[in-house]
Ligand binder design. Structure first.
Ligand code: PLP
Length: 392
């Protein structure tokens, strides 16, 4: 609603929206367009195949065993203990399950809760564009300011000199995301050392969005901040069971952070959701007690990436195979010079294939003529998508 050029809320004409720039997201727009035109939708970032039915059965069992009341505020102890052991086994760092691990309603709630708890009005928060879309609104709602460092096509490597140049006495937090949505970029050990040096020099907190930790390709190692103990001391790491177990609709995740930071996060968490789904937490604890349940996820997604990338060989789209996460970027600059939003819409309308234009992940709408396609789909869908893209 716009009143005299300014957005306002019903009955509150003198109160502007707290998020005046937030409107319908491109994901909603493209999905609607895809449905209208009967297009194959590789825009939506979620698995198109089923999760393991055994995990569903375990949830049913927990429900029938009457584990249906409120869980403890930070999460059920069995799951927190399991996650503590998992972190130790994977990264060699011990998080105390009592005071350093909190189960959340997915990665998004974790991110919002962390930012609400730790960012004060007037603080600056630095992050990298293109970026997942939930960081900035959370910072702005706290009266903080986002500072962006744009990553450059095609590698999207971080320019640490540019990061240093953006830091001021007000900078409070850096938000990183590795493996990265939408580019598939994975931060390296050198990146982590740079980050550690900067965070220490300026006494910064690090919010590390690692929801794709189990989706890293070509034998690469996931460089979690937790591998760097001096970095781990000032970091809050966000994970999502939905990304790992192909059940994004369950909205289950967790945060690992040192006790003093966790205490602050829990102050907000307890008045936000208080606690999250009880039977699912018990079921996850039982399911994950067998580490094989999450051992082969990278291989499974790497095979899907390869199906898609190989089927695109010889097409007019340029690509660099994704290093992680489940998105493949395709560069259409050899086909058209039109803006990426227009190009994505035209592909949907005329060719019946939908991807997400990458400019929407940049606050300044940097347009590299690149679309994002999600390859967490059945192989036959990927082959069908590639066939259409080959014809363009
Ligand atoms: C980079 C990134 N962070 C966080 C999330 C949110 O995770 P969840 O679905 O568990 O809220 C997503 C989901 O797409 C994501 O891509």
């Amino acid at each position: 609603m716009v009143h005299e050029g300014r957005p306002y809320l019903w009955g509150m004409p003198h109160r502007p929206s707290k998020l005046p720039h937030v409107g319908t997201t491109i994901f909603t727009i493209m999905s609607k367009l895809a449905a209208e035109h009967g297009a194959l939708n590789l825009g939506q970032g979620f698995p198109g195949f089923s999760m393991d039915q055994r995990l569903c059965d375990l949830v049913h069992e927990q429900m029938r065993a009457n584990r249906n009341q409120y869980a403890p505020m930070p999460g059920v102890p069995e799951l927190r203990l399991l996650l503590s052991n998992k972190m130790k086994a994977a990264y060699g760092y011990s998080y105390d399950p009592e005071s350093e691990i909190t189960i959340t309603a997915g990665g998004t709630q974790a991110i919002f809760t962390i930012i609400t708890a730790l960012v004060h009005a007037g603080d600056e928060v630095l992050s990298f564009a293109p970026a997942y879309d939930c960081y900035a609104p959370a910072v702005e709602l706290q009266g903080g300011t986002m500072k962006w460092v744009n990553l450059r096509y095609p590698d999207y490597h971080i320019d640490w000199q540019a990061v240093r140049a953006q830091i001021t006495s007000r900078t409070r937090m850096i938000i990183i995301n590795t493996p990265h949505n939408p580019t598939g970029m994975c931060m390296t050990a050198d990146d982590m050392l740079e980050l550690q040096a900067i965070a220490e020099a300026h006494d910064l907190l690090v919010l590390s969005d690692e929801v794709y930790e189990h989706i890293v390709f070509d034998g690469g190692r996931h460089e979690s901040v937790v591998r760097y103990p001096d970095l781990a001391k000032r970091s809050l790491i966000v994970y999502s069971f939905g990304k790992t177990f192909h059940n994004t609709g369950w909205k289950m995740g967790y945060v690992c952070a040192p006790a003093e930071l966790t205490a602050e996060v829990r102050k907000v968490h307890q008045y936000n959701v208080f606690s999250v789904n009880t039977p699912v937490q018990y079921a996850l604890a039982e399911y994950m007690s067998d580490a094989k349940t999450y051992a082969d996820i990278s291989e499974m997604y790497e095979a899907k990436r390869d199906v898609f990338v190989r089927a695109l060989e010889g097409s007019r789209f340029g690509l660099k195979p994704a290093a992680g996460a489940y998105f493949q970027l395709l560069d259409y600059s050899a086909i058209s010079q039109e803006g990426d939003v227009e190009f994505a819409k035209r592909l949907t309308q005329e060719k019946k294939i939908t991807g997400i234009p990458c400019s929407v992940f940049f606050p300044d709408l940097q347009d590299d003529k690149v679309l994002r396609f999600c390859f967490a789909k059945h192989d036959d869908e990927l082959l069908r998508a590639a066939e259409i893209l080959q014809s363009i």
